[in-house]
Design a protein around this ligand. Structure first.
Ligand code: AMP
Ligand code: GLY
Length: 420
């Protein structure tokens, strides 16, 4: 079997690596891939958003299966285009992925199907939003209606911050702004395989979105994750299935857009029960790099079963271990940063876990260099979260590149909770 994976992040590296475990896999292409996928796949220089480029590649090379994981190509309808051309894909259609790419659609959907989420007010343009900020309740959360790569949300504690946040979100063109009630409580990400009928949740993960220790600094794509999460008990998992996962998956069938792929529930466990912060229509990054190493079944078989509506027959088992990953980023990320710094110590780090590459590339002389903001992550397993984290940080300590930074407190709030 020959597979094309779309994307070039740590998530795609982790997915491609897990796919190689199936003996039927003869070849994996990754478009565009990174310095890590290059070692065992063929990187294809086509951007993940280049729908025509990907279709052209498929017509020429006939992959048996295409795995589409980044948000942009899903929102652009890559799965629809490829499936229309008879290329089997893992991932939701554009209309199913709307749960992620339109926050307003997701909010209306949740209201219709009685799925718990923060209450909200929608301002349809910047004029309305600028008027509303003068009197809205404080604190409040502002969200731009569309994909914003983690930069479309402002959590405002004061009126001043609210006004500034509104200016920031409306500065890049007029767009609807959602004002949401601010929820409190621990956050968890639950990624579920679903074929539109069966729902198989993966162990819950926690991301660390802020750039610096102590949840300080700007929001990023995610600086590290761990799994499982102790506050997400089996009783909570049952409750989320009943109140959130099942109504969402059934609701999408009723809407005429059954969701097939990975549906990622970003949840806040509030004093009033679990509530949806947002939906993502795909695997998370870096949650995937923490969760996929726990998978003790064949990822390709699960993905094929999901695509073919037979997830009820697939074996999906996870190890009873703890897992964590710690991201190393370029100085300046998530703002501007320099590229081209030589990375050393990746092999040494491999003694303590798996190094998943993201913003890496090979220079002409074959040296591994930085080529992005989130450069790579070290992902490790352990019998306890503490042990997993110890392994991650040993690995991180072995890797050096100029300007490297990482958070030193990934999982620390939970690490005492599950003893070795
Ligand atoms: P999102 O991009 O929607 O996941 O939001 C980014 C982050 O903003 C989340 O991980 C939360 O920490 C925070 N956030 C989003 N919505 C809310 C809300 N209604 N209440 C409190 N925090 C929120
Ligand atoms: N880690 C957050 C995301 O994948 O959206």
């Amino acid at each position: 079997m020959r597979i094309l994976v779309i994307g070039g992040g740590g998530r795609e590296h982790a997915i491609a690596k897990a796919l190689t475990k199936n003996v039927a896999v003869e070849k994996i292409w990754v478009a565009p891939g990174n310095g890590g996928t290059e070692a065992f796949c063929e990187n294809v220089p086509i951007a993940a958003t280049d729908l025509e480029g990907v279709l052209g590649f498929c017509k020429k090379n006939h992959p048996d299966f295409v795995v589409v994981t980044p948000d942009d190509p899903l929102a652009l309808g890559m799965v629809d285009l490829l499936e229309d051309n008879e290329f089997a894909c893992f991932g939701p259609t554009r209309e199913a992925a709307k749960l992620e790419w339109s926050k307003n659609y997701a909010k209306e959907f949740m209201a219709k199907y009685n799925i718990p989420t923060a209450s909200y007010v929608l301002c349809k343009d910047s004029g309305e939003a600028k008027e509303y900020v003068k009197t809205c309740p404080i604190p409040i959360v502002l969200k731009a209606d569309g994909l914003a790569q983690g930069k479309g949300v402002v959590v405002a504690q004061t009126r001043e911050e609210t006004v500034r946040g509104c200016d920031q979100l409306t500065s890049k063109g007029d767009q609807p702004i959602l004002f949401e009630e601010m929820l409190t409580g621990p956050e968890v990400s639950v990624l579920c395989f679903t074929d539109g009928k069966t729902i198989v949740p993966m162990p819950a993960a926690q991301d660390h979105k802020r750039a610096f220790d102590g949840d300080k600094g700007p929001n990023t794509g995610g600086m590290g994750a761990y799994s499982p999460v102790s506050v997400y008990t089996s009783a909570m998992a049952e409750r989320c299935m009943e109140e959130i996962f099942r109504p969402t998956v059934d609701g999408m069938v009723k809407e005429g857009h059954p969701f097939k792929g990975v549906l990622y529930f970003s949840l806040m466990l509030t004093p009033d029960g679990p509530k949806v912060i947002e939906y993502n229509s795909r695997f998370g990054d870096p949650e995937t790099q923490a969760v996929i190493p726990l998978l003790n079944s064949d990822l390709l078989n699960i993905m094929l079963a999901t695509r073919n509506g037979k997830l009820d027959r697939a074996k999906v088992k996870f190890l009873d271990n703890c897992s964590a990953c710690v991201v190393m980023a370029s100085a300046g990320y998530p703002g501007s940063y320099e590229k081209g710094k030589v990375i050393v110590g990746v092999e040494e780090a491999g003694k303590y876990g798996t190094v998943y590459h993201a913003g890496t590339a090979r220079r002409g002389d074959n040296a591994l260099i930085t080529s992005g903001g989130r450069v790579l992550c070290v992902s490790s397993l352990g019998r306890s979260l503490r042990q997993a984290l110890r392994n991650c940080y040993k690995g991180v300590g072995a890797i050096k590149f100029e300007g490297a930074f990482y958070r030193s407190d990934i999982g620390s709030k939970d690490a005492g909770a599950k003893e070795e």
